[in-house]
Design a protein around this ligand. Structure first.
Ligand SMILES: *Cc1c(COP(=O)(O)O)cnc(C)c1O
Length: 381
């Protein structure tokens, strides 16, 4: 039979647990330890559990790669990769990485002598800095948060390969259904499964995918040696969540595209940033490497900090909250939330103005979302 499509694999992969009872859904293996010599080779849940294996199998199948390793959160997955570095190693990072990744490098791994350089990977001159710096690792994220910068992953991976430098891509904003970092040449593809993969905002998780078995061994080692494993229950929830990922994402991406175009024509909105739009600065790269523009839209309101905050609070269907990727729409005002502690000049250099808001589109009916946004926009002075 032909290989089934990703939407089918997301639902049916990993049914091997069902042989004895015919159960259609996997049980939760709530156990810390396993009898020695069992056929599955399990010994202790810090280093493996059937619920981890089921989720790892589905994730690898959906990403169409050899291995996936699950962790307790996206930050645990980042920690697992960073823990493979040595004192004195340099990580060449995209300058717009997720805030917790920056904090981990600057406030934790820096103490152990891991160095970082930050460059803008949308500039082709940054490719030369790979040859110049000879880093131990290149760390990318695309699209970035919150300005949705799109990096040409294939171009960076090609440059890194010629210097034999492994590349990590944080693929959380896109997911493997929208973008395949490993197929574009990355060594490791990292995802916070807390977001789109689980999709219901009721569990935290992370995963690292790779086709390289020595890197897979390093991830399995980090899972148990650093205690970065998830709980069986969270894996079970995320395994349930991923079954509807293709369906949810289709609706979320469609909603995002309509919202981006609608707000792009609204007089109270100064600018719209969405990778699927003609006016996105890297639209050509987005078209080349992404299937659709994703489901995050960032806009600039003609408003000061208080007015932008009031706009977010006035929405009925968008909850003002951090995180993204769930079935429910969320809105984030970085100036008072995710980037509140960042100094004014850093915020300015990142392009985070007081009027900037980030929308994570959910699966609600598009007419309700548009009416909600239009109403809140009328409240702006
Ligand atoms: C949320 C997020 C993370 C961290 O994931 P957690 O599951 O919250 O630890 C990492 N990278 C990106 C891009 C994220 O959005």
């Amino acid at each position: 039979m032909d290989k089934p499509a990703a939407a089918t694999r997301a639902i049916h992969h990993g049914e091997s647990f069902a042989a004895e009872t015919g159960t259609v859904m996997p049980p939760i293996y709530a156990t810390s330890t396993f009898a020695h010599g069992n056929p599955g080779g399990f010994d202790y849940t810090r280093s493996g559990n059937p619920n981890f294996s089921i989720l790892e199998g589905v994730l690898a199948s959906v990403e169409d790669c050899a291995h996936a390793t699950v962790f307790g959160s996206g930050v645990s997955a980042i920690t697992a990769i960073a823990s493979t570095l040595h004192q004195g190693d340099l990580v060449l990072c995209e300058e717009n990485l997720y805030g917790c990744t920056v904090r981990l490098f600057e406030q934790v791994f820096a103490k152990f002598g891991v160095r970082t350089e930050w460059v803008d990977f949308t500039k082709s001159a940054s490719l030369a800095s790979i040859h110049k710096h000879k880093p131990a690792m290149v760390w990318l994220e695309s699209p970035t948060n919150p300005l949705l910068k799109v990096i040409d992953l294939e171009a960076v991976c090609n440059a890194a390969r010629s210097s034999k430098v492994p590349v990590v891509v944080d693929n959380t904003f896109a997911t493997a259904l929208v973008q395949r970092p490993l197929k574009l040449g990355a060594t490791l593809s990292l995802t916070s499964t807390t977001k789109y993969i689980n999709g219901h905002s009721d569990a935290l998780g992370g995963a690292v995918s790779t086709d390289d078995s020595s890197w897979h061994q390093k991830m399995v080692f980090a899972q148990k040696a650093l205690g970065l494993m998830p709980s069986p229950f969270d894996c079970w929830l995320i395994t349930r969540g991923i079954k509807t990922l293709p369906l949810r994402l289709k609706q979320q991406i469609a909603n995002a595209a309509v919202v981006a175009d609608h707000l792009g024509c609204h007089p109270a909105v100064s600018w719209v940033r969405y990778p699927g739009r003609h006016d996105h600065p890297q639209q050509a790269v987005a078209l080349k490497q992404m299937k659709g523009g994703g489901a995050i839209v960032t806009i600039g309101l003609d408003a000061n900090r208080e007015q932008a905050y009031a706009f977010c609070k006035a929405l009925r269907w968008f909850t003002m909250a951090e995180s993204l990727g769930g079935v429910e729409s969320l809105i984030c005002h970085p100036a008072t939330m995710t980037h509140a502690a960042v100094s004014a000049d850093v915020k300015e250099s990142l392009g985070i103005s007081d009027g900037l808001v980030r929308l994570s589109l959910g699966c609600e009916d598009i007419a309700d979302l548009l009416a909600d946004l239009d109403h809140a926009l009328t409240l702006l002075p």
